[in-house]
Ligand binder design. Structure first.
Ligand code: UT7
Length: 321
């Protein structure tokens, strides 16, 4: 399976650290030093569906395919306004696609999960041209009085079109339960039989523990994929890592003992956009012409659960108008 189209879309509204310091007990220097984030984009006047649609159209355009050519739409989304229908189903209408679709929740690793699933569909002949959309609004999970979580996230969407071809070499997905360390609970309706009244709990996160788990898990995935494919870090041109914290990326880089140029980032501008983060980064690098034919790329993401997803692929250059 190979990637033949990329797209991304971000909200118009830029929110700087100083803007947050206007109503939270925080500062630009704390956020920048601890996370690397300088600003983020937050949905205000647009909707997540519009963002997802925009990213998907750009990916389709760059792939040279029309919406009706797509035979599967996989959407990575943790939560949006609708529990049902899925974001994928809603997108079918605006995109003009008529194909099976579902949303998957692989938390921040959702894009790699979607790619792994698409790879299986393509290998078995179940689908030939798959549109993957990762669209997330994590800003809506946070309590905006809680400085320890709300400063970290941004909203965004990314899309990829994949089809048969030489590209993805290997995937590694893992999961282990640590619900208590990071969760966001939405209340459900009360029935006459199950009277447990649950309240929505905004994102709860033990930051230090998540940090530790994230570094360990990503390092384990990257090392395993390198070894399994007879490669070393030097053979990888770019590590596209989940953009959660600049210090997490730096810990992984130091472990691998590789130069910074191999670890492009955009967390500075967008914060943590959950499962969209690697896709947005990939789209930007590809459109800037930084990803060259034959480049070897390692993707690695971790997310609530905890789940992790990593992949190695050979890049095929995409032409943009
Ligand atoms: O996709 C996965 C999503 N989550 C992550 O990737 C999160 C991973 N964890 C992290 O990125 C880091 O743990 C954080 C950025 C969340 C926190 O950084 P830290 O260096 O681990 O700080 P800390 O939680 O140990 O807090 C240090 C201090 C505390 O004050 P005291 O107890 O030392 O007085 C916090 O209350 O910093 C305080 N603090 C803040 N201060 C100013 C926490 N948040 C803020 C803030 N502004 N926004």
């Amino acid at each position: 399976m190979k990637i033949i189209g990329t797209g991304s879309a971000l909200p118009q509204k830029v929110v700087t650290n100083d803007m947050l310091a206007g109503f939270l007990d925080t500062s630009d220097s704390w956020i920048t030093t601890r996370t690397g984030i300088r600003s983020r984009r937050l949905l205000s006047t647009e909707t997540l569906r519009e963002l997802a649609n925009d990213a998907a159209l750009k990916a389709l355009e760059s792939s040279g395919l029309r919406p009706e050519d797509i035979d599967y739409l996989i959407c990575s989304n943790v939560a949006n306004t609708y529990v049902s229908p899925s974001l994928g189903s809603i997108l079918l209408g605006s995109l003009g696609c008529c194909c099976p679709t579902f949303d998957l929740n692989g938390a921040c690793a959702g894009l790699v999960y979607a790619l792994d699933m698409a790879d299986a569909f393509i290998k078995t002949g179940k689908a030939h041209r798959i549109l993957i959309v990762a669209a997330e609004q994590p800003s809506r999970f946070c309590d905006w009085h809680d400085r320890s979580t709300s400063v970290l996230f941004g909203d965004g969407a990314a899309a990829l079109v994949v089809t048969e071809g030489e590209g993805f070499m290997d995937f590694r997905l893992t999961g282990e339960n640590h619900t208590d360390v990071m969760y966001y609970k939405r209340s459900l309706e009360v029935t006459p039989y199950d009277r447990v009244e649950e309240k929505t709990t905004p994102l709860v996160m033990e930051g230090r523990e998540v940090f530790r788990i994230a570094v360990e898990a990503s390092v384990r995935d990257v090392d395993t994929l390198l070894e399994r494919n007879g490669l070393t870090g030097n053979d990888i041109d770019f590590f596209l890592l989940h953009q959660a914290n600049m210090r997490i990326i730096e810990c992984i880089r130091v472990h691998l003992d590789l130069p910074r140029e191999k670890f492009p980032t955009n967390i500075q501008n967008y914060g943590n956009t959950s499962s969209a983060s690697i896709g947005i980064l990939m789209d930007e690098l590809s459109r800037e012409g930084k990803l060259k034919d034959g480049d070897t790329i390692m993707m690695s993401a971790f997310g609530g659960g905890f789940v992790t997803g990593a992949a190695i692929l050979k890049w095929s250059e995409i032409k943009y108008n």
